[in-house]
Design a binder for this molecule. Structure first.
Ligand SMILES: Cc1cc2nc3c(=O)[nH]c(=O)nc-3n(C[C@H](O)[C@H](O)[C@H](O)COP(=O)(O)OP(=O)(O)OC[C@H]3O[C@@H](n4cnc5c(N)ncnc54)[C@H](O)[C@@H]3O)c2cc1C
Length: 467
């Protein structure tokens, strides 16, 4: 049901409704409104005054113009995975791009044009039908839009670069409601900013991404060891991944074993260290390449072997359901010395919630091939990613948040700035500045002044136009 009555806040939606083809929802729409306002991170239970579910560029422009005319704060949503809660808003207008789901593949030219409502599972399914893929999220329900704009770190990055490195063109609806084309020859500075600068400059209504031959059959998977073996296992994985060719991806996850049939009963619910790795060549080459990982020690779970790229992309889905409370901290590391590994192990041992995890992942390779000033994104020289994902289901926020913050602090001596904003909760301006560095931050401010001088797009890793 859509109402024509004013909202609880007394907002006249008539001008929004006039000419908007998509669905418009208010609290009066009950379950449909609740479903549309729900974010992945349950810490953000916000109630927008109105949700506009856009179906076209014209809808997007219309909603922006309406929000500006009414002085309504605006939040933009692609896949709704922002852990910082940027794609939900209390009392403002939530512009939901979920219905914009077109995917257009040029298999010969190895390009895909994709709209912002598409999530990674959908895009992977479409591109894998052609034996192609681009660097995507490590969970199938993450949105393409926020992922690409904020960097886009995935299992393919060492071979094919980050998602933002594969962004070759875009279509953007600006704060002024105009649609502009962005590529290397037209609005090239804006393309530079979209490659890692987040949703600061406008609403991207189409992404053109480069594709690469991948799979569909690959050699990849997971091994699991009791946590007491972490000191040896993690050092072995570190040594292996440090010297591995860029066709190899992987990392370790400190977690609690799920109550799944593939886990031996005595290990279910116990602290473990999981090793995830994949190889982006033939299955035979993958088996050879990953042999020394697979044959190390005595993993209690061995799910490493021939599989499909699509199945591997789902490997962390079950462990990260929507609806939990989440608070995340992440950093980049130039190196992963023994002392950093010991610090990681100590952090993981102090986790408050059994669903929280600590991750050490390998980056580098093609990510570092891109010049530091070629995109807004920083931190290209990093070799490792550190993530601390606190997640819990009760209301006990304080100790979980404190644990994530303390873990980041503990890894501080080995961390460097850059890249990780998409994985961070409560981002303040000093973190944004620190991530981009002074020179890039100033360049982003100039871009912001040009495209969004009134900071209409403020619910993001914000770069205020006043600098
Ligand atoms: C479970 C989980 C797993 C994740 N895994 C990874 C991973 O493997 N690698 C990685 O790099 N990141 C990962 N992330 C982080 C993720 O990339 C970011 O949260 C990303 O912003 C999500 O994109 P989205 O479209 O789903 O988010 P949304 O919450 O919809 O949007 C995020 C931000 O982007 C803006 N935005 C969205 N769409 C547009 C648009 N079309 N135009 C302009 N601005 C827009 C929003 O306003 C908001 O500021 C993960 C997050 C979660 C919750």
């Amino acid at each position: 049901m859509t109402t024509s009555a004013p909202t609880a806040a007394g907002l006249d939606l008539g001008p929004l409704r006039a000419g908007f083809t998509g669905e418009i929802l208010t609290a009066a729409d009950g379950a449909a409104y609740d479903a549309a306002r729900t974010a992945f991170n349950a810490m953000f239970d916000r109630r927008p005054a109105v949700i506009a579910r856009a179906e076209s560029n014209a809808d997007v422009a219309h909603a922006i113009t309406f929000a500006r005319a009414k002085g309504l704060p605006l939040a933009v949503r692609g896949g709704g995975h922002s852990v910082a809660g940027y794609s939900t808003i209390e009392g403002g207008l939530l512009l939901d791009l979920g219905p914009m789901k077109a995917i257009d593949i040029d298999a010969e030219g190895r390009l895909v044009r994709v709209q912002p409502g598409v999530v990674w599972g959908e895009l992977d399914a479409a591109t894998q039908a052609h034996g192609l893929a681009t660097t995507g999220g490590r969970m199938t329900t993450t949105g393409v839009a926020g992922f690409v704009l904020g960097s886009g770190s995935g299992w393919l990055e060492r071979l094919h670069g980050l998602a933002c490195d594969n962004l070759v063109a875009a279509e953007v609806v600006t704060a002024a409601g105009e649609t502009v084309v962005v590529d290397e020859s037209e609005n090239a500075e804006l393309l530079w900013g979209l490659r890692g600068g987040g949703g600061n400059f406008g609403v991207v209504t189409e992404f053109t991404l480069r594709l690469h031959p991948v799979g569909p059959e690959v050699y990849a998977g997971m091994l699991m060891y009791p946590r007491v073996q972490a000191p040896e296992v993690v050092r072995h994985v570190r040594d292996f991944l440090r010297d591995a060719p860029r066709e190899v991806t992987g990392g370790v996850i400190f977690m609690h074993a799920p109550p799944a049939p593939f886990v031996p009963p005595e290990l279910r619910g116990a602290p473990v260290v999981s090793v995830i790795a994949g190889h982006w060549g033939s299955v035979e080459d993958g088996a050879t390449s990953l042999a020394s990982l697979k044959e190390y020690g005595e993993p209690r779970v061995d799910l490493m072997g021939p599989t499909t790229y699509m199945d591997f992309q789902m490997i962390t889905d079950a462990g990260n359901p929507p609806g939990r409370r989440n608070y995340w901290r992440s950093d980049l590391l130039p190196d992963a010395p023994d002392e950093a590994i010991d610090a990681l192990i100590a952090c993981a041992a102090r986790a408050v919630s059994p669903t929280s995890v600590v991750v050490l992942g390998r980056t580098g390779g093609a990510v570092g091939d891109v010049a530091e000033d070629a995109t807004a994104l920083s931190g290209r020289s990093a070799e490792w990613l550190f993530h601390c994902y606190a997640s819990w289901t009760d209301a006990d926020d304080t100790p979980n948040i404190a644990w994530a913050r303390a873990s980041e602090e503990a890894l501080g001596p080995w961390s460097m700035a850059g890249m990780a904003l998409n994985f961070v909760s409560d981002i303040d301006n000093s973190r944004v500045r620190g991530t981009f560095g002074a020179e890039k931050y100033d360049r982003l401010v100039r871009l912001k002044r040009c495209w969004d001088p009134e900071n209409v797009f403020a619910m993001n890793q914000n770069i205020p136009p006043e600098g």
